[in-house]
Design a protein around this ligand. Structure first.
Ligand code: V55
Ligand code: FE
Length: 495
């Protein structure tokens, strides 16, 4: 028997009035949405199943007048609905339809809505990069159905990391493997504030690979092309969707204009070996593009095989993810390799978030998780005390001063992705709150911590305790209470 049922939450819950220690600012009103991949059924290929394939279980923390209510619901993807009806898993390996049960193969897509929750055009969307956005009711978390941006979306895939432009109200997005599994086709598009596509360009990357995130500035979009390549042959053989090309000694940045682009406008800049995953932010300065990201020094998903079929070769004690900054002319020569301007922060850095109002614009701060290996995390694993590496440090790095602030929540805690919450629409940039879910291993439950963004070292203003343990989640968003009210009024008017 696999440990599947111990490691998963699998329930849907409403918790009214979470315990609050400390003080939540009285005027803070809104909802923090986040999602965790949470297998609803024992996987068919249990021994080689990967966490990226868990069913999307979305949670909401509704904050108003100093009180917090919690809710979590599975997204009713066609996969979950079919598997619930069958009372067992029907879908096979991650993004490999050739391993699905013949009853569903080629009929239902085994996709999971498990990566991000984003609010645009008063609609809440659960996202998975291999398909379209799934709309959820922001109050009840009920699944409404797939969104096609009022019939304007042609691309069958949609990144889980679209970028909202606070100046124009647009959502800048793309899909990869856009012409089918393992195709190098990218569809880059823009959705306006009314939820309709206004820009769309299709072009081909030099090879098909996992393009999990990207950068968008006022005038450019940039796609990180890494060595985690997609292979139709491998899928047809019953294997994984991706393999790691360990022989590749460079990566690429694919640059294309954000507006009015044609396929020929795409340009590919060579960058040093590593593995791109999440970006932090990008902006334009003096005609140059400035791109920030934590870049892994090796494959960050060790469960994927390399070209020889070998897995788990990445040494977790050696792999790093420093924060790098690239600066180059998007119209300049692609002949020579572009090197990062510098390593801004050493070590393992992941899940960086900024004040989203500054996406694509010049900014100063990132709030990000770090692994400090000198401070192991004490966990109690079925009665056995042991140490575990993990994201034990919440950090804020200031790009202007080069200084960091760090915070650790006791010796038994790791963090999930932090998010930035503006104090009000008018509040100055980066002056807000940080909300972050913390895993508290001794208590075997989670808390939501609320910090003053500009000084995390003084500790949380409030610790909001859940009565149970969540799984490690991925990404989430803060939605202002006004947005939620508009969405719920629209719904009342509709039904
Ligand atoms: C990621 C997560 C995914 C996925 C591809 O963090 C990349 C990266 C949870 O699913 O399918
Ligand atoms: Fe992600």
């Amino acid at each position: 028997m696999s440990k599947w049922n111990e490691d998963h939450l699998r329930f849907e819950a409403d918790v009214y009035e979470l315990e609050v220690y400390g003080k939540i600012p009285k005027d803070l009103h809104g909802v923090f949405f986040r999602v965790q991949p949470d297998h609803a059924f024992p996987p068919i290929f249990a021994d080689t199943e990967i966490p990226l394939n868990g069913d999307g279980n979305v949670s909401s923390f509704y904050i108003k007048d100093g009180h917090v209510d919690f809710k979590c619901r599975y997204v009713r993807t066609p996969k979950l609905v079919a598997e619930r009806a069958a009372r067992r898993a029907l879908f096979g390996r991650y993004r490999n339809k050739y391993t699905d049960d013949p009853r569903v193969r080629d009929i239902i897509k085994g996709t999971t809505a498990n990566t991000h929750v984003v609010f645009h055009d008063n609609k809440l969307m659960a996202l998975k990069e291999d398909t379209r956005p799934m709309e959820l009711d922001p109050i009840t978390l009920e699944t409404i159905g797939y969104l096609d941006y009022h019939g304007t979306l042609r691309c069958p895939t949609h990144t889980a990391h679209p970028k909202a432009d606070s100046a124009t109200g647009e959502l800048v997005a793309f899909g990869y493997e856009a012409a089918g599994d393992a195709t190098p086709d990218i569809c880059s598009f823009t959705v306006d504030k009314h939820g309709k596509l206004t820009e769309e360009v299709w072009f081909k990357a030099p090879w098909p690979c996992m393009i999990h995130d990207f950068w968008a500035t006022d005038n450019w979009v940039v796609f990180p092309i890494n060595g985690l390549k997609a292979s139709l042959e491998q899928m047809k053989g019953g294997g994984d969707h991706f393999y790691w090309d360990e022989n590749l000694d460079y990566q690429l940045l694919g640059v294309i204009p954000r507006r009015g682009a044609t396929p020929d406008d795409a340009r590919w800049f060579k960058t040093p070996q590593g593995c791109y995953s999440h970006t932090i932010n990008a902006y334009e300065e003096d005609g140059q593009l400035v791109l920030d990201a934590n870049v892994w020094t090796d494959l960050h998903f060790p469960f994927f095989p390399n070209t020889k079929g070998e897995r788990f070769l990445t040494d977790p004690s050696k792999v790093r993810a420093p924060i790098l900054r690239y600066r180059f002319d998007p119209k300049g020569s692609t002949e020579h390799m572009i090197h990062p301007e510098g390593v801004l922060v050493e070590g393992v850095n992941e899940f960086g978030r900024i004040d989203d109002r500054l996406l694509g614009k010049k900014y100063s701060r990132v709030w990000i998780l770090k692994i400090d290996p000198t401070k192991p995390v004490h966990i109690n694993d079925n009665g056995i005390e042991k140490d575990k590496p993990g994201f034990n440090v919440l950090s804020c790095y200031n790009f202007d001063t080069g200084k960091s602030q760090n915070y650790q929540h006791g010796d038994d805690s790791t963090f999930q992705e932090p998010i930035f919450v503006p104090k009000s629409e008018e509040a100055s940039y980066e002056d807000g709150y940080i909300l972050v879910v913390v895993n508290r291993y001794r208590e075997r439950r989670n808390s939501l911590l609320l910090f003053e963004a500009l000084d995390i070292t003084k500790g949380p203003l409030a610790e909001i305790k859940l009565p149970f343990k969540l799984m490690d989640g991925l990404h989430g968003s803060w939605v202002d209470g006004k947005g939620i009210e508009v969405a719920s009024q629209k719904k009342k008017a509709k039904f």
